[in-house]
Design a protein around this ligand. Structure first.
Ligand code: ACO
Length: 372
């Protein structure tokens, strides 16, 4: 069997329009622009409007990624949504994305690995593609953290924001793409960053709501220490696994949680600041959306060029950490099947998309009928 390599062929992002500045926050809790900037590097963040959810942001990012890849949703055979703020506990947000896109040929599931979720998703999708059973995967990192933030807790509410980022991965015999990934977890640190209630341990009740147990809780200092230890180690490990070294690195895209964490991690690795991407100032920490949004902006700004070596590295709730080394390979060398095969493939995709549209229309009509 020939070796398949997973290449990123499309990328997209979606952030809400509403901006919440540090000055806005200083009207809500006892904080200041100066404290937030010096301790975190964050200047403002985006907050979902009433009609925006993890699903709507996911769909916007996914459509942009598919458009850039020049692919139809029916080409997808796998959808992974990494999130800690899913649309519902179940069904999986990925299934709702599958339906919303009309991606009728795709398997779909959610993945929860805190802020490392996108790197976990990328790793799983790349390995499934390399295994040969899947060919075209959509990996989304999406969050509406504003919905689980305690807006009276100044220690956490200044940190987080909402958004989504997506990539389309496609298998090819051409070398490059996702070269290597490493994933790690230490569940003994689970209490450092968690959403206590709403699961089987503490089902929703008047008490859990009254005590604010549906809000994210964090022991910031410990998470900080964990992050500055794990980010450099994961970066070194993934480069070693890819057979590369720090000197060959063109761009590091770290999880955007705190500028001091990023600086401390990259100083230890002796990576110059111009090789480190940061958009934390504008978005805050968007958890599993942070790396794909940053990757998307890095490409849009021309900071990633063909054949560049890019490392994405993250840490988060779980505790988890992970890194992916990517040889940027867009545009891919053409690898098209014969014309006759292409024609029948296209027909199959169009038929599947039409079938999905009809099914959704019927479902809508039936639900209208039931309501009347
Ligand atoms: N404004 C003003 N003062 C504040 C604020 C605020 N927003 N928040 C805390 N303080 C105060 C504290 O009360 C404390 O006061 P005290 O000394 O009188 O007790 C003082 O500032 C220092 O507090 P620390 O918690 O020690 O501040 P620190 O320098 O550690 O910064 C921070 C806190 C920014 C949270 C930092 O610890 C951090 O970034 N940790 C990592 C968090 C992180 O990355 N989390 C995301 C994980 S990813 C995921 O999966 C979601």
């Amino acid at each position: 069997m020939t070796t398949r390599h997973a290449h990123i062929v499309g990328w997209g992002k979606a952030v809400p329009e509403r901006v919440l500045t540090n000055d806005d926050l200083s009207q809500m809790v006892d904080t200041s622009d100066e404290w937030i900037r010096t301790r975190t590097g964050i200047g403002e963040r985006r907050i979902a409007g009433d009609d925006e959810t993890t699903l709507t942001l996911s769909l916007r990012a996914a459509r942009q990624a598919l458009e850039r890849a020049g692919l139809n949703p029916a080409h997808l055979d796998l959808i992974i949504v990494a999130t800690v703020t899913p649309e519902h506990n179940f069904p999986a947000t990925a299934c709702l994305v599958q339906d919303g896109l009309g991606a009728t040929n795709a398997a779909a599931f959610d993945l929860s690995a805190g802020c490392t979720g996108f790197v976990y998703g990328l790793s799983v999708a790349a390995d499934l593609i390399a295994g040969g059973n899947y060919d075209t995967a959509l990996v989304i990192g999406a969050e509406t953290l504003s919905r689980i933030t305690d807006w009276n807790d100044r220690a956490t509410c200044v940190l987080f924001g909402d958004g989504a980022g997506a990539v389309v991965l496609q298998g090819s015999e051409a070398k490059g793409g996702v070269l290597a990934t490493i994933l790690g977890a230490d569940g003994s640190g689970g209490d450092l960053l968690k959403l206590p209630a709403g699961g089987s341990r503490e089902p929703a009740s008047h008490r859990t709501v009254a005590e604010g147990r549906h809000y994210l809780q964090m022991r910031g200092r410990e998470v900080f220490r964990f992050a500055v230890r794990k980010m450099p180690a994961a970066t070194r490990q993934v480069l070693e696994r890819a057979g590369e070294d720090l000197e060959s690195l063109d761009l590091l895209i770290p999880h955007q949680a705190n500028q001091r964490i990023i600086q401390s991690a990259t100083r230890g690795l002796k990576i110059p600041p111009e090789k480190v991407f940061s958009n934390l100032e504008r978005y805050g920490n968007t958890s599993s959306a942070s790396i794909p949004i940053a990757l998307c902006e890095a490409v849009e700004q021309g900071r990633v060029q063909r054949d560049d070596l890019v490392v994405c590295v993250g840490f988060g709730a779980g505790l988890t950490w992970g890194a992916a080394a990517i040889r940027w390979s867009v545009p891919l060398p053409p690898e098209r099947p014969p014309r006759r095969v292409q024609f029948w493939q296209e027909m199959r995709y169009r038929y599947a998309a039409l079938r999905s549209l009809v099914r959704r229309l019927l479902r809508r009509l039936l639900s209208l009928g039931v309501r009347e």
